[in-house]
Design a protein around this ligand. Structure first.
Ligand SMILES: [Zn+2]
Length: 623
């Protein structure tokens, strides 16, 4: 069949990319058909700016139209109609998609859709190869997402963890030069721009840069703080210096010197030099209870100083004629709303609410009575864990700022390691998204491991699809996803993963609640039995040629992973510290050895980091 895709001569890269994708997929789906199919791709901008992505699809056997309110929306419309025609994109992993064969008579689609939220994205975390990053970017619009956030000025920290194989003693470091990072960053940004995806950048590292450091990771800085810059560092316990040697975690003193001017100039220069950045994140140190205690800083709050800094940045960007959006962050000390300072140009800013210490055992609650915000005590704050406490802080800020906003949340950064089945977490994610409008939030960026696919990428899929359409039913998504991943035996997998989810706990693995816990120990024993009982089902999907789908192979590996991890957790919950540490080492050996076989599915670096730093295994130092 001849496929003829047309678009306006002035169409940008995303429309051209969409044309290539549509040609390739339709070509595979209609390989048996003859004649010509003509489809036109059209950009039809909205009359008012700032509306979420919109697309319309009108297809029949001779062809038709895919239109969108931007080039990106045309691409999203292309992937959405391919999905409605039976294609499945269940993972950011090569070889996992399914593409059906169709007759041209099956091309019968006429619908339009406006995305439920403006901001729908993922932020890089964990340890990632260049391929992981590019594969993830390729997958984003297929799952309905429109944004990606590269943290720091470059994703050096995440590449370094992977290429040096940090925390995997069984693998030798690969050749990796910091000089590769700008090249790969440009490549990733090019992949985002080709798809018209919104680019978020930086966030961490500004305070370190203001102190004269490169500040591209959370690693300790090799050089000491210069005497010239020392007056700009926060004074904590009478000392001005780097917080535990890490400039990215060091707060500034906004009273003792010109820290605000230095910081604002850095942001303005960066925005000038990087016009491709759509959302520039301006955050302070990534630790709490280490803010400046000098007399001048004590006379105000960190949030007031933050808002004054943001106003200074806005003045500079306005003077330079830049319309870059600035994202400001509500977490740690900055959860407390400012007392006096207010943003003078709200249009410039986007509020980002990061309930980093929340539980993932439930979704955000219905908005009702919220507890009062506790009094702010300098360097003695406790992070809120209940969802209501977290939301009380959000409400406090929303009384002062009515502009654009989104939540920055962490179901797939840390929490997911506690849900062995991933289906409970997927339900929490679905419930959270369905609450966003009530909470007055205009989207969601997931701060997460890109390799969060064990047993599968269902929670990530649910997030993308539900942000695109908040009416999406999680059970229907499950049928769609699981049938693509596991074939007709998917209900048996769903049942098994539901039971695993019911027995496991995101809170326990993330250090919330008592470590000795008889009930948890019993649950971990039940997990073991469940895994053993599942063996015949697994075996039925293995042939001499291999597993029925890559998802069955991952599920088999996942079973071994859960057996080892649940054993370590059972000993921990019984208070058997020695046995717990020993069992965790056996877990570590398994996943370090198997990492090459399941590289895109499990972030070995991150699960070891979480179980060492949060779960409470003694002597977490690696084998
Ligand atoms: Zn100070």
């Amino acid at each position: 069949m001849e496929i003829n895709i047309t678009f306006a001569p002035e169409a940008g890269e995303p429309v051209r990319f969409a044309a290539g994708e549509l040609t390739a997929y339709l070509g595979r789906m209609l390989a048996e058909e003859t004649g010509t199919l003509s489809v036109s791709l059209e950009v039809r901008p909205d009359r008012e700016p700032g509306l979420p992505d919109w697309f319309s699809v009108n297809l029949e056997e001779r062809g038709g139209t895919v239109a969108g309110n931007s080039g990106r929306a045309v691409l999203l419309g292309v992937y959405d109609c391919l999905r409605r025609l039976g294609c499945r994109f269940p993972a950011p992993v090569k070889g996992c998609e399914t593409v059906p064969s169709l007759t041209r008579q099956a091309l019968a689609l006429r619908y339009e859709h406006r995305a439920s939220f403006y901001h729908r994205g993922v932020c890089i975390e964990g340890a990632d190869s260049r391929e992981n990053l590019l594969d993830f970017i390729d997958w984003l619009p297929k799952a309905g997402y429109n944004s990606f956030f590269l943290q720091f000025r470059t994703p050096y920290a995440f590449f370094k963890r992977w290429y040096l194989h940090e925390r995997n003693p069984l693998r030798k470091a690969e050749p990796f030069s910091p000089a590769d990072v700008p090249v790969w960053t440009e490549e990733a940004e090019g992949a985002l721009k080709r798809r018209g995806l919104l680019l978020h950048k930086v966030g961490h590292g500004w305070t370190g840069a203001a102190l004269g450091f490169d500040a591209q990771s959370w690693d300790a800085d090799p050089e000491p703080l210069s005497e010239e810059k020392r007056p700009l560092a926060a004074q904590v316990d009478g000392v001005r210096g780097l917080y535990k040697g890490v400039s990215a975690n060091t707060n500034l003193c906004f009273r003792n010197g010109d820290a605000a001017e230095v910081f604002a100039a850095l942001v303005a220069d960066y925005a000038q030099a990087h016009p491709g950045v759509d959302y520039l994140h301006v955050w302070l140190a990534d630790t709490y209870n280490n803010v400046c205690e000098c007399e001048g800083c004590r006379a105000t709050t960190l949030s007031d100083q933050y808002v004054e800094l943001l106003n200074e940045i806005d003045r500079r960007l306005t003077a330079q004629g830049l319309d870059t959006k600035i994202v400001f962050l509500l977490y740690q000390e900055l959860l407390w709303p400012p007392v006096k300072a207010r943003l003078t140009n709200p249009e410039r800013f986007v509020l980002m609410f990061a309930p980093i210490s929340r539980t993932f055992e439930q979704s955000y609650p219905a908005v009702g009575e919220l507890p009062p915000i506790p009094a702010y005590e300098r360097n003695r704050i406790e992070l809120p864990t209940s969802l209501e406490e977290n939301l009380a802080f959000l409400r406090g800020w929303q009384r002062q700022f009515a502009g654009d906003s989104f939540v920055y949340d962490y179901p797939l950064g840390r929490a997911h390691y506690g849900d062995f089945g991933y289906v409970k977490l997927a339900r929490v994610v679905s419930g959270d998204v369905k609450r966003l409008k009530q909470l007055g939030l205009n989207g969601y960026i997931s701060c997460q491991e890109l390799r969060s696919g064990l047993p599968n990428f269902f929670p990530n899929y649910v997030l993308g699809r539900t942000l695109m359409d908040e009416r999406a039913d999680v059970n229907e998504l499950m049928a769609e996803y699981f049938s693509a991943a596991y074939g007709e035996d998917w209900p048996a997998v769903a049942d098994y993963l539901f039971q695993l989810s019911g027995l496991s706990s995101t809170d326990y693995v993330n250090g919330k609640g008592p470590r000795t816990d008889q009930d948890m120990a019993a649950r971990m024993e039940a997990v073991r039995e469940l895994c053993l009982d599942f063996t015949p089902t697994l075996d039925a999907h293995r042939t001499p040629q291999g597993w029925q789908t890559p998802f069955w192979a991952a599920l088999d590996y996942h079973r071994a992973y859960v057996l080892k991890l649940s054993r370590a957790l059972r000993h921990l919950a019984l208070g058997e510290a020695e046995k717990a540490a020993e069992s965790r080492r056996a877990f570590l050996e398994l996943i370090c050895e198997k990492e090459p076989d399941f590289q895109p599915w499990l972030d070995v670096y991150r699960v070891l980091e979480v179980t060492e730093n949060y779960t409470g295994f003694r002597g977490g130092a690696e084998a």
